[in-house]
Write a protein that binds this ligand. Structure first.
Ligand SMILES: [Zn+2]
Length: 280
């Protein structure tokens, strides 16, 4: 079965046919419309893990329909430090996470795309916030999604995990990197593993994906077969990288205090990939 990482899943009915219909959008802003509450630069999460809402007054961004109610957000300036969001995400209910991710990524995009990338003029919101148009050159700009490959390389029953310098003490996780223009997912996985760990791989397969709203990544989770286990670690990217046995990974995910490493948090797709691999 394909695993469903945090932030994935169906989320809200985005009702995209209503975005292109200004009359319909105006109707939706009427009675019953709800507006997302923001707190400290993030969508607010209540003690029950659900997103918080109020009667709609600012309706720049149309998020969709949930529980029969139109859902909107004002244009907000998200918190600049993604790590500050992790406490909030930690308390977020899983079925609310896709909408949290959509609202946060959309807000990021608007806050950084006020001007036309083609001619530099100020742009205007259209389609309920799902595009911006330049009144000078008519260019239409859409919210961006930046693909990132994140992968487990396996060699004779062991997995390669690495440490980035900013990780908490003891944490190891899957290696990752942005796709480059003109590159397939498979080629990006092979390139990143070679650049960061010096290994060659084959048989790259896709496992699962995850929206990652800091600000707008799509994490593409993969598995690859390493052709050898000798590592040449790129110390500008990683503090360390090591091979871990199935037993070491199982102990880490169980929260064993004597585990060889600290696993990634539950909302990271790296964690999902490890759980999926262990269960296979
Ligand atoms: Zn323009």
């Amino acid at each position: 079965m394909r695993p469903e990482p945090f932030f994935s899943g169906p989320g809200i009915d985005r009702a995209d046919q209503s975005r292109v219909d200004p009359l319909r959008l105006a109707e939706l802003t009427g009675a019953g419309a709800r507006q997302l509450i923001w707190r400290d630069g993030l969508p607010a999460v209540g003690t029950d893990g659900r997103l918080e809402w109020q009667a709609a007054s600012a309706t720049d961004l149309f998020l969709g329909i949930q529980d029969g109610q139109p859902r909107f957000s004002a244009t907000e300036q998200p918190h600049a430090n993604a790590r500050a969001a992790f406490d909030t995400i930690g308390s977020l209910a899983e079925n609310e996470a896709p909408l949290f991710a959509a609202a946060l990524s959309l807000a990021w995009w608007h806050s950084r795309h006020l001007f036309c990338a083609n001619c530099g003029a100020s742009t205007e919101i259209e389609r309920g916030g799902w595009s911006r148009r330049c009144p000078e050159c008519s260019a239409q700009h859409f919210p961006r999604v930046d693909p990132v490959v994140i992968m487990l390389a396996e060699h004779e029953g062991r997995l390669l995990l690495g440490r980035q310098p900013q990780y908490p003490s003891g944490r190891y996780s899957a290696l990752a990197g942005f796709l480059e223009p003109g590159e397939s997912i498979e080629a990006a996985v092979a390139r990143e593993l070679h650049e960061e760990a010096g290994i060659k791989v084959a048989d790259v397969i896709y496992v699962a994906s995850q929206p990652w709203p800091f600000p707008s990544s799509l994490m593409i989770g993969c598995h690859a077969r390493a052709l050898g286990d000798e590592l040449t670690i790129d110390r500008t990217e990683l503090d360390d990288a090591r091979w871990f046995t199935r037993e070491e990974i199982a102990a880490a995910l169980k929260g064993d205090p004597d585990a060889a490493f600290q696993p990634p948090p539950r909302f990271a797709i790296a964690r999902t990939l490890l759980e999926h691999w262990l269960a296979a």
